[in-house]
Design a protein around this ligand. Structure first.
Ligand code: ATP
Ligand code: MG
Length: 411
């Protein structure tokens, strides 16, 4: 590999000055060989973690003990972090936790890695060390476990989801049946994983390449419905909605795609709520998904006046309405309810995008300034005026709103 053209090369070189026996490992080697830009540069080293700390510090490089128990030290160079991890060997595994010991054997470290394409390393001369045929597999688009698939999945079931993520990125054609069978035979192990790990893989899959093909493979191996039991019995429909969403050119947003999966008639509000809670989405994310799945947007054949548009925007943020139009259109397209015609939805989106956000002209302090006493009555009055304002197409300004308020108070 030629590395000196990389923007990060000066930093990489500094690490090699301090730790000449270190090698680039994992994803960076794979990505560079594939000719795509690598996101992180991780190093492996036979040097023990404490010594790595000392050596980096002695060279004036900030070293953070980010995961000493796992052998990982982060070197900070020009504000960028580079993980340096001591080579490891599994002493014993119980399916979820591995007891590791340090080693100086590169092959042993590579054999713990998940896929052959992720198990290559590159030394400071640019030589690639490939113990398991990762180079050929990468060229052939073959995502293959290092060693026996079943054994490797039993050690860590997250590798099932990682398989699909890497298949999406680097796989070409159908994966081999044997691997799929191993995965299908081990799906129940997914339930042992923490939901955080599941969701963090799923969200990357949902916005990654080849989502639709990958979701279908995940469905075929029962992985999809193990991760999202809400989709049982209608997973194919759910995937078709995502397919439609992508086909329509909707923004690539993991929450919108999750909403499309969950938008099935079978999953009521309560089911969705439970699903989001189980996945431990943040409050904001979970609210966003629920809002996207809220009452459907009026069919654009029925609303096209600006007043209608403003009324919608007065109720909920623009983004939510846009998401709802994408979802409604995707459902229409996927379920073939109505003959599909793109124009009205696109027109509605355009209108919702172009309209200024209506701003309700009154606030509590305006009522207080009129001499009304503070208390819950203020909020009630504001709500009354708000309803009137929306009913009038959100056009009334402050003066008109105050005039209406006075009429309300008098009556
Ligand atoms: P990405 O570019 O998506 O980050 P990556 O290959 O760097 O891809 P990471 O999750 O960052 O993936 O992991 C770094 C490396 O650590 C992998 O390339 C692989 O060698 C190893 N690895 C990570 N997770 C596992 C796992 N669960 N089992 C075995 N090896 C793993
Ligand atoms: Mg990485």
């Amino acid at each position: 590999l030629t590395l000196h053209n990389l923007p990060d090369f000066p930093a990489i070189e500094r690490i090699w000055q301090v730790l000449p026996s270190a090698r680039l490992v994992g994803g960076a080697v794979r990505d560079l060989l594939k000719g795509v830009s690598a996101s992180d540069f991780d190093f492996g080293t036979p040097v023990a973690p404490q010594d790595v700390m000392e050596m980096l510090k002695a060279a004036g490089i900030r070293a953070i003990p980010t995961g000493l128990a796992h052998g990982t030290v982060t070197a900070v160079i020009d504000g960028r972090g580079f993980e340096v991890t001591t080579l490891r060997r599994d002493e014993r595994t119980d399916g979820r936790h591995a007891e590791v010991a340090w080693t100086s054997d590169w092959r042993e470290d590579a054999s713990r890695r998940d896929f052959t394409i992720n198990a290559m390393s590159c030394d400071s001369d640019g030589r690639v060390h490939d113990y398991f045929g990762g180079f050929e597999d990468l060229a052939a688009g073959h995502v293959r476990f290092v060693g026996d698939a079943r054994t490797r999945i039993r050690e860590d079931a997250l590798r099932i989801l990682r398989f699909f993520r890497f298949q999406a990125r680097f796989g070409s054609g159908e994966p081999d049946e044997e691997t799929l069978a191993a995965i299908a035979g081990c799906v129940n192990l997914i339930e042992l994983l923490s939901v955080e790990r599941i969701w963090s893989e799923l969200r990357r899959l949902l916005t990654g390449p080849n989502v639709v093909a990958i979701l279908r493979l995940m469905d075929r191996t029962n992985v999809l419905t193990t991760c999202l039991p809400e989709l049982k019995d209608h997973a194919e429909k759910a995937v078709r909605r995502v397919e439609a969403l992508i086909g329509l050119g909707a923004p690539s947003d993991e929450l919108l795609r999750l909403a499309a999966l969950l938008a099935g008639s079978g999953s009521g509000d309560e089911t969705v709520r439970k699903c989001l809670a189980r996945l431990r989405l943040s409050r904001a994310e979970s609210d966003a998904v629920l809002a996207m799945l809220g009452e459907p947007v009026p069919h654009p054949a029925r609303i096209l006046t600006e007043e209608d548009g403003l009324r919608l925007l007065a109720e909920l943020p623009r983004e939510i309405w846009l998401s709802r139009t994408w979802l409604a259109e995707a459902r229409e397209k996927a379920e073939g309810d109505t003959p599909h015609s793109e124009a009205p939805w696109q027109t509605l989106r355009q209108m919702l995008s172009d309209l200024p956000m209506p701003v309700f002209p009154l606030a509590g302090r305006d009522l207080l300034a009129m001499g009304l006493p503070p208390g819950p009555k203020i909020g009630d009055l504001l709500a009354v005026v708000h309803t009137w304002w929306k009913g009038n197409g959100c056009r009334a300004d402050k003066e008109a709103a105050l005039a209406y308020l006075r009429r309300v108070i008098v009556s």
